[in-house]
Design a protein. Structure first.
Length: 350
């Protein structure tokens, strides 16, 4: 059973939540005894925590050069890496719901009047929506190289003085809105635009508009060399608190009766907007796919992060699953966590 701590969660027995308890417990036990460097699993359904696991494992924070052993538990923060991007999308939706941001068709360069030297027909065609769907058309090399490598354009975001200029000055590779190309630089710009449009520093916006209303008080958004939040990868949270975000999304943007994110933004951002070329789809900083359940293909949405960080949502089952892990730059961990998610879904019997 999940731990009972004062964080706003209620718990439930797996059987009463529609799981095969023997199958779910056996699966959790298998992970506990296995070799995969998985640190935590949190399973939530119908607004109650059903199962959780924490274990000791090697981990490396975003600024660390070497891994270290960490004893993880319900109150331990964990790197979310690129799940951070999905949280940025929620903040974009909140700002739009408060009429502080404007239409998604707004050209990105309109927020940067100082970048007069970057103005061209091609760059002025890039919109906020293009950044959200990672289809800006800007040349960007990230997914084909290891994170932290100098060959990755993302690595430069840790120290460049003007990240927005660095991103927007990249060569044009294709028309915007046409081709998916994974780009953390676009998320960096979205976060910067939020600060410019709302007049509120990014961390303060996240705290005030999202985390505090969720009852999330212990979190960190790691900064770059100058202390500015690394919007694309710097968020650290408790897995149980990430599960709160999952529950809020399954409840169409509501948490305990309060509408935190507009319901239409939740629907719009989670649905597929562009194919990623590997059988998956992408929404507004959220991944989308399907999982087999009793011979049916059920849609899922997810935040993905390097190393095995995941927040999976299966709306038709009213189910969310959080996984954290420490296998950074290991593509096999993504497959391992994907299989684990499928096996958890298979334990739901109604």
């Amino acid at each position: 059973m999940p731990a009972s701590i004062a964080d706003g969660w209620k718990t439930a027995e797996p059987e009463s939540s529609g799981f095969d308890p023997g199958a779910l417990c056996a699966l959790i036990d298998q992970v506990l005894r296995g070799d995969a460097n998985i640190h935590a699993i949190v399973v939530e359904r119908h607004g109650r925590l059903v199962a959780e696991l924490y274990r000791r494992g090697k981990d490396r924070s975003i600024w660390s050069l070497f891994p270290r052993d960490v004893e993880f538990g319900p109150t331990t923060l964990h790197d979310l890496r690129s799940v951070s991007k999905s949280i940025v999308s929620l903040l974009v939706g909140i700002a739009r719901g408060q009429n502080q941001l404007g239409a998604l068709s707004t050209p990105v360069l309109s927020f940067y009047p100082e970048f007069t030297d970057l103005r061209s027909a091609e760059r002025e065609a890039i919109t906020l929506e293009d950044l959200l769907t990672m289809s800006s058309g800007l040349e960007w090399n990230e997914s084909a190289v290891s994170y932290g490598s100098l060959a990755s354009d993302e690595t430069h975001l840790y120290w460049v003085w003007t990240p927005a200029r660095y991103v927007l000055s990249r060569p044009i590779a294709s028309p915007p809105g046409v081709r998916f190309n994974y780009n953390g630089g676009g998320t960096t710009i979205l976060a910067d635009v939020l600060g410019r449009a709302t007049g509120t520093p990014f961390r303060e916006l996240a705290r005030k508009e999202l985390f505090e209303p969720l009852g999330v008080h212990d979190w960190e958004w790691v900064g770059d060399l100058y202390g500015r939040p690394l919007a694309f990868a710097g968020l650290r949270m408790r897995p149980r608190d990430l599960a709160k975000i999952g529950r809020m999304l399954l409840d169409h943007g509501q948490w305990q009766g309060q509408q935190l994110v507009p319901a239409d933004w939740v629907e719009q951002s989670l649905r597929p907007h562009i194919g990623t070329g590997d059988g998956l789809n992408y929404g507004y900083q959220w991944w989308a796919g399907s999982v087999d359940w009793r011979g049916r293909a059920l849609a899922w949405s997810a935040g993905f992060g390097n190393g095995g960080q995941r927040l999976f949502l299966v709306p038709e089952l009213d189910l969310s699953v959080v996984v954290t892990a420490g296998a950074y730059n290991d593509p096999e961990m993504g497959h391992t966590v994907g299989r684990l998610f499928q096996e958890i879904v298979a334990t739901v019997h109604d």
